[in-house]
Design a protein around this ligand. Structure first.
Ligand code: ADP
Ligand code: MG
Length: 251
């Protein structure tokens, strides 16, 4: 049985539950009656056309959007409905290519009160290295953030999102801007991370070819849940064919 991030075996009893969730922005109903369960250790992919409300759903779970309905998290030893610890990497993060900030500086700004221009203490550098080890990114520590490739930037932001270790990792289109080889490397690493730390991953993607190999569950939304199930069930569904006018491949 897997061990949760608290060191206990949870036997799938950790659960993020989204129930009857609706989101309105102004007078527009962006999401309606969304129901979803994510258990610890699961990789769940949220798919749908542009403008379907995928990012909005992630932001509601993050507490950045008002909603009607229930978003609740439960885990052994945790009081019911205590908010989970969530790690988040937003959609299309970008840094100025000329920005002198290094990966080490970025971590120092996020993790320490000491101004980054004073340089990193030896202890902080060790801590940053420990964080980067989780994503096999030790070699990136002195690189400028603006000079990182799409895949390298995702790894660095992932390392930041994993400190402290969250219950749930939310990634909004982590594969966009990453070349095909980098995409497989990133998905392999996410797979390793969720097994090692027994955390749930909820990610949006348009790269449907990755789903059968990596996702436990796929949820197709277009303002409401159209279909959910295993990757094969969703990719072969009439709803998927109707929304994307194709079967499999990339939208
Ligand atoms: P997706 O991530 O699936 O592409 P989004 O969740 O970003 O879709 O957006 C869903 C819909 O909500 C879109 O029509 C978008 O224009 C609208 N929307 C998202 N954020 C805002 C906002 N802050 N103000 C107004 N409309 C928004
Ligand atoms: Mg989006």
């Amino acid at each position: 049985m897997r061990k949760g991030i608290h060191g206990r075996s949870c036997g799938d009893s950790c659960c993020l539950r989204v129930q009857d969730l609706s989101v309105k922005i102004g007078s527009d109903k962006i999401l309606k009656d969304v129901n979803l369960h994510i258990h610890c250790g699961q990789m769940v992919a949220l798919i749908g056309p542009n403008g379907a409300g995928k990012s909005t759903l992630l932001k509601a779970i993050l507490g950045q959007r008002e909603y009607d309905g229930v978003i609740a998290f439960s885990a052994p030893g945790m009081r019911h409905r205590k908010p989970p610890r969530i790690g988040y990497v937003p959609q299309s993060p970008s840094f100025d290519p000329g920005d002198p900030v290094s990966v080490a500086d970025l971590f120092a700004c996020c993790m320490s009160k000491r101004p980054a221009f004073l340089g990193l203490s030896a202890a902080m550098r060790d801590k940053v290295m420990e964080c980067l080890e989780r994503v096999h990114g030790e070699d990136l520590i002195d690189k400028r953030v603006g000079a990182l490739s799409g895949g390298e930037l995702q790894r660095v932001l992932l390392a930041l999102a994993l400190e402290p270790l969250p219950n749930i990792l939310i990634l909004d289109e982590p594969l966009s801007g990453v070349d095909v080889e980098g995409q497989t490397g990133l998905m392999d690493m996410l797979d390793e991370i969720r097994h090692r730390y027994d955390l749930s991953i909820l990610m949006t993607t348009h790269d449907f070819g990755m789903l059968p190999r990596y996702a436990d569950k796929v949820v197709l939304i277009d303002h409401a849940v159209l279909c959910k199930g295993t990757p094969a069930e969703v990719l072969d569904s009439s709803e998927f064919a109707r929304v994307f006018r194709t079967k499999g491949g990339k939208a």
